[in-house]
Structure formats: C-alpha cells, structure tokens
Design a protein around this ligand. Structure first.
Ligand code: S3P
Length: 437
C-alpha cells in the first residue's frame, strides 16, 4: 500500500535550515481577489497545493484566465462581475476556506451555480455562511444545509449588519466579499480571527474602516466599482511550519532555522502558547510586507516543558495548530487544559476527538468533551508499541501530527492517506527527509 506511511524509528539529532511553501490563507485570498480585477495580477511563491489549485479551477470556470508557471502565477480577472454563460458546477475539493469565501463573491451571480466538495467538505457546516448571505438577498437550495449547495445570486444585494461570534475568518471574509458588491454599508462585529482579508483590502485601497477592541473587530465597508490588480510575494505558512517547530522542540539535541514565515499576530498563537510552555523559539529578522509581518524562526530542542492552562483568547490564532500543541502537552510536566475548542471539531475531521484519540494511543491520559481537553503530560514519554492511524477523513493535519508523534515518541506506526498532505503542504515529506539526512 503506497498511500500508507510506516515510521519505525525516532528522528536523530539535526541542525538544518529549511523554508516551507506559501501561506494557504493568503494564497486562496490572492486567487479570489485577483479574479476580481480586470488587469493582470502576479503572485510569487503561491502555494501549489490541491486547495489552491481548486481555487484556480473555480475562477477559471467563472471567466478568469490563469497562467501557472514554475515560480509564479498570473491571473487576468473578469472584474467584479463574473462572466459565464451557462449554469455551472464549482468544485471546492477539500477546502472549507475556498468554499466559504467564494460564496461571498457569488452574491450577485446571474446564473445558477452549484458548489460541491469532497467527502470531508460535504460533512461540514455551511449554514454559518449561508445564514448571513441570505440576508444580503442570496438564495440557496440544499438537502441539509451542507454541500452540494445550489446558489442563486441576488439582482440587488443589500448590505447587512452582521455579528460573527465564532472567531471564524472564513465567515467574516465571506461577508466582507459580499459587502463589496452590495448597496449600502456593511457593518461587521467580528470576534478576533485572522485578519489577512482586512490587510489585503487596505493594501488594495478598498475603502474599509476598522476599529478594534481586545475581543472584537468592528468593520465597515461598502460597494466598490473596480479592484486594482494584486502583485504579491506570498510568505511561508506558519501552519505548515508548525509541524517542524514541534518536531524540533520534541527531538533530542536539535535545532532548525526556518526562513521567511508569515508571523501576522492573528496567526502566532502557536508561538505564544509554546513559549509559555517553556519552548525555545526565537523570531529573527522581523520585517513588514504589505501590512503582513514576516520573520525567520529559530527553534531548538526544549527539555523543560511545562503544562499550560491555555487562555481561550489564543484559540483563533492557533486554531490549525492545536493537534501539534497537544503533542507538546503530552511531553510536558504537569497538566494542560485547552477549553472552548468546539470549533476544532468543525474542521476537515473532528480534530479535538482525533487529538484525544492519538494521545490515548500514546498512553497519555487525557479527558476530553465536545469543547475542551485536559492532558496529563509525561516528560519521559517513550513508546514501543504498534499504532495504526486510519479513517480520519484524510485530514492532512491528523496525518502530519501522527508523523511528528512517531518521530519523537517512538513506536511502530502505520499511518494511512499519505496523499492527504497534497491539500495544504505537498512538500511535507520532502522537507522532512531533508531534515533527517
Ligand atoms: C482560515 C480560517 C480558519 C482556519 C482555516 C483557514 C482562513 O477557519 O481553520 O484553515 O483562511 O480564513 P475558520 O475561519 O472557520 O476558523
């Protein structure tokens, strides 16, 4: 079985320099925003993963022209109104971000569109975006509020007041996108979440007003008539880098230098949490790029890790990293508590459940419910048993978490669905091999 990875040995000490692929959130946002400009946009270091390739296929169907080259990607967009003659089907593959964001852009579609996705995406909740979009005037047909979803745009979408209370950047962005094509002023009160869309709007000179408090962002925006092209060098993805940060922290006598990573504060919960747990991480060469913050990350094996009672205020800035944070908790002295994490079960797989399951396989006592997990760490953790990981809805992050656990804690592992890495981090194994040799 080629699609199963076997790991039988822990990783030897290493001292390496790596870089990871482009940020997924920024790559998908670049594709969608570039599709709205009539002029040519160019991106460098665009993530060429299945999620981003699905985004490119969708905008092509909607009328954009795409030239994907070895080191760059060019998009010749349609302008704000998409340009297609017959009703069509858009396939978002595995990508919740693409599926939810593109719905906002289809607010005024004149022809019927059906949005579909893979098995994992078809299990996920879409009412969180269809509810606000219906208030703009869009209508939807679906069996259970999930994909496949048939979409009918509104002739005259009208702005709304929207309260986003999950801390979901996908919901916030879908509404921001719809607001660009709707009459009146769209007012959003959003629980803090990643703010790439806001930064890109500002860079593109889209009129947007933002007021922030500790817990919420208040956003005001209105209809625009055109959008400038967007040239962008996409920095490395901290969510991909997270697997290598944790690998280094948990490995013996190792160090790693990771170049050019997006350290937007709305994404760096991982670093804040791990530092509080005693991890040895430094941010170097910090600079600004088009509103985003970028740095090199230097990380070393960390021996005196301690448990954490993690503040829920950090949840949204570490939302994609909790699985590997749980591995650090497994090796820490004392108990760790992570709460208000129901959203983790809304991801590509029910990740809070998967985290708990893998910790139990590792012999780490943990108590979890729908919302939280308590982990009883063991600094001496070392295992020899056989562990099989499968049937995880091909969740790329469950796959990569399992590989890191195998390489740091030991055991004889058989992990299925190696191809799941293609959705977010196709070069994961190649980079891992370069660290190992
Ligand atoms: C994303 C937002 C997060 C995150 C996802 C990417 C984005 O989802 O989990 O991987 O690019 O906006 P939610 O907004 O649903 O929390």
């Amino acid at each position: 079985m080629k699609n199963t990875l076997r790991v039988n040995n822990v990783i030897k000490p290493f001292n390496r320099k790596i870089s990871v692929e482009g940020d997924k959130s920024l790559s998908i946002r670049w594709v969608l925003l570039a599709s709205l400009s009539k002029k040519k946009s160019i991106a460098y270091n665009l993530l060429k993963s299945e999620d981003v390739l699905s985004a490119l296929k969708c905008i092509k169907k909607l009328g954009s022209k795409v030239k994907l080259k070895k080191n760059s990607c060019e998009i010749f967009g349609t302008g704000l109104s998409y340009n297609f003659k017959e009703k069509l089907i858009l396939d978002a593959g595995n990508s919740g971000t693409l599926a939810r964001l593109i719905l906002g852009l289809l607010i005024n579609t004149k022809k019927e569109v059906t949005l579909i996705g893979d098995r994992s995406l078809s299990k996920r909740d879409f009412s969180r975006v269809t509810s606000p979009l219906k208030k703009f005037g869009m209508t939807f047909k679906s069996k259970n509020g999930k994909l496949p979803l048939t979409i009918f745009g509104s002739k005259k979408p009208a702005s709304i007041d929207y309260f986003e209370n999950r801390g979901s950047a996908q919901c916030k962005t879908a509404v921001m996108f719809a607001g660009l094509k709707s009459s009146g002023i769209t007012n959003i009160k959003a629980k803090k979440s990643r703010n790439h869309t806001e930064l890109l709007f500002k860079y593109l000179k889209i009129p947007i007003k933002i007021r922030s408090t500790r817990k919420y962002d208040f956003i005001k925006l209105k209809r625009i008539n055109y959008i400038n092209p967007l040239n962008y060098k996409i920095p490395g993805d901290i969510s991909s880098c997270a697997f290598f940060i944790v690998l280094t922290i948990l490995a013996k006598n190792s160090q790693l230098f990771i170049k050019n990573i997006n350290i937007n504060p709305s994404r760096t919960g991982l670093i804040t949490i791990l530092k509080k747990m005693g991890a040895n991480i430094k941010l170097l060469n910090i600079k600004k790029y088009k509103g985003e913050k970028i740095a090199d990350i230097f990380v070393k094996s960390s021996n005196n890790l301690k448990g954490i009672n993690c503040s829920s205020a950090l949840n949204s800035s570490a939302i994609d990293e909790f699985l590997v944070i749980f591995l650090v908790a497994a090796k820490s002295k004392g108990v760790s508590i992570f709460k208000n994490l129901a959203e983790l079960n809304e991801k590509e797989s029910p990740r809070l459940q998967w985290g708990s399951k893998i910790l139990t396989e590792l012999g780490i006592k943990n108590i979890s419910n729908k919302n939280s997990i308590k982990i009883y760490g063991n600094p001496k953790i070392s295992i020899t048993k056989k562990i099989k990981v499968n049937n995880f809805l091909k969740d790329h992050r469950v796959f990569m978490m399992s590989v890191i656990a195998a390489l740091t804690f030991g055991g004889k592992w058989e992990i299925s669905d190696l191809d799941s890495i293609k959705t977010s981090f196709p070069s994961f194994l190649k980079i891992l091999k370069s660290v190992m040799h």
